[in-house]
Design a binder for this molecule. Structure first.
Ligand code: ADP
Ligand code: ASP
Ligand code: MG
Length: 469
């Protein structure tokens, strides 16, 4: 390929209505010279509606399940009415009608056989991205861009872990085989994010928020010049803007900082997005589709990133912690292996682990399997479970080289009970657990001390800048 491609991924909030579609089309049109490959999410809220409809069908009410989709299907039709010419509108309306028909059949099957629902659920939610990619390609053509909708299931191949499938290495070749001829011919491929296919062809999905991951997988396969994530905020911010109103854009992050932030709850990036970018050393840029002129966040390798002490604070609620205590741990070997094997067998992912002489504490994002896990853990020691916990993670490459930083951070939130402190093995994050009810207070205070100057003192981040300047 002569010039490298640029991946441009637009999230659901970037395609919520006709105005947003038009806006996205303008952004893409002005970037046609960069050989864009467009990745798009379902229109805002549609994936939630589709998933809720599956739950209704499982409860046996297939009729209500299908009816619940009418408002969102109508939103698609309204957008096409406003933005498409008569010919492409007829084609799109037929696509919406067939989506409705196929989902109706799937709802009926789920209502009759609820146990088989996961593969069918993927089949249903995929319609979110199938429709948005069709619609965006049509809108782009109305705007004079030679766009072509490409079915992501022909590009990204995964295992058959429905709902949270893992991509297979052959995705690279299939992505190149499908997209390179189009790009060479001057076309702009428009691919639905989030969806993929298993070896036997069944539709799979990459987990909630997975369109970012699709963009990164496609970017790595094409050895793109840049992977752009266009969303509804200006880049990665110093904290979740829903908690800290004056959170600011972070100009530059290292891959590792971005990966830790995403992993510990910064929803702006799917946690797995950074890995494919690291493999090919491709810069990731997070931009605001509503204010495209604003510089967002550039995510690059560590050496190129600015080494400030604290870059951002991430958090994740709904965490369960499990503590296993046993005197058998003292000086013995084999205990930790036995403990982790229990979680392994039940395919339960662990986020944070801390140990003392006689106990191990673990945090879990998804505690659904706990009823089966706990009796097995009891064979190893006494087990205590705490629900409604939150992980807070303070992230920055500069944490490595800043003496006394942990003390300053914890003194800031001394009123809040802190547990399971982990100064990540990467030393790029300082992570700890608080009660969910105190998370807002803790983050607001931390943000004030780290990023907002107090009483004439410069904030932590600025001090670090002065030191390195
Ligand atoms: P999209 O539909 O574009 O994928 P998402 O809702 O998945 O958008 O992600 C963007 C949202 O992530 C923002 O609107 C914001 O509320 C939330 N968010 C949480 N933490 C952060 C952070 N540190 N920086 C930016 N956004 C964040
Ligand atoms: N539409 C999917 C979701 O809502 C994927 C994404 O938006 O990234 O989870
Ligand atoms: Mg997202």
């Amino acid at each position: 390929m002569s010039t490298k491609t640029t991946i441009m991924k637009f999230g659901g909030t970037s395609v919520e209505d006709a105005r947003a579609f038009q806006n996205v089309a303008a952004i893409i049109r002005s970037a046609v010279a960069n050989r864009p490959v467009v990745v798009v999410s379902a229109i805002a809220g549609f994936t939630n509606t589709l998933l809720a409809s599956v739950r209704q069908a499982i409860e046996g009410d297939a009729g209500s399940a299908t009816r619940s989709l009418i408002p969102d299907l109508d939103r698609h039709l309204a957008i096409s009415q406003q933005l498409l010419g008569p010919e492409s509108r007829v084609v799109f309306e037929a696509a919406v009608a067939s989506a409705r028909r196929e989902i109706r059949q799937l709802h009926k099957i789920i209502a009759a056989h609820p146990v088989t629902h996961l593969p069918l659920q993927d089949e249903i939610v995929a319609w979110g991205e199938l429709l948005s990619s069709h619609l965006l390609a049509s809108v782009l053509r109305e705007n004079g861009v030679a766009a072509r909708c490409v079915d992501a299931r022909r590009l990204i191949r995964t295992d058959d872990n429905h709902g949270s499938a893992a991509p297979l290495p052959e995705s690279s070749l299939s992505t190149r085989t499908e997209l390179t001829p189009l790009i060479e011919a001057g076309e702009v491929p428009v691919v639905g994010g989030f969806i993929a296919s298993a070896p036997k062809g069944a539709t799979t999905t990459l987990g909630r928020g997975g369109s970012d991951y699709s963009a990164a997988i496609i970017g790595a396969a094409l050895d793109a010049r840049e992977i752009q994530i266009w969303t509804d905020v200006t880049g990665v911010l110093t904290a979740d803007p829903r908690i800290v109103a004056n959170a600011r854009t972070i100009p530059v992050l290292s891959y590792q900082e971005a990966a830790e932030l995403a992993y510990f709850g910064a929803k702006v990036l799917h946690p797995k997005t950074i890995q494919p970018a690291i493999e090919k050393n491709i810069p990731v840029r997070v931009c605001n589709s509503r204010v495209p002129a604003e510089a967002g966040t550039l995510i690059v390798s560590e050496s190129a990133a600015a080494p400030q002490t604290v870059k951002a604070i991430a958090h994740k609620t709904g965490i369960t912690t499990v503590q296993v205590t046993s005197a058998r741990m003292l000086g013995a070997y084999g205990f930790l292996r036995a403990l982790f094997e229990v979680f392994d067998r039940h395919r339960v992912a662990i986020d944070v682990v801390t140990t003392s002489e006689v106990s191990v504490s673990l945090s879990l994002d998804n505690a659904a399997a706990l009823p089966e896990v706990i009796p097995e853990l009891r064979k190893l020691g006494t087990v205590e479970v705490e629900k409604n916990r939150a992980i807070i993670s303070v992230v920055g490459e500069g944490l490595r080289n800043t003496p006394g930083i942990a003390a300053r951070i914890f003194s800031t939130i001394s009123a809040v009970n802190v547990a399971m402190i982990s100064f990540g093995s990467s030393s790029v994050n300082l992570t700890f657990m608080v009660d969910e009810a105190r998370v807002r207070e803790a983050i607001t205070n931390l943000h004030r001390v780290c990023f907002e100057a107090v009483d004439g003192d410069s904030a932590l981040m600025n001090q670090a800048e002065e030191v390195t300047a």
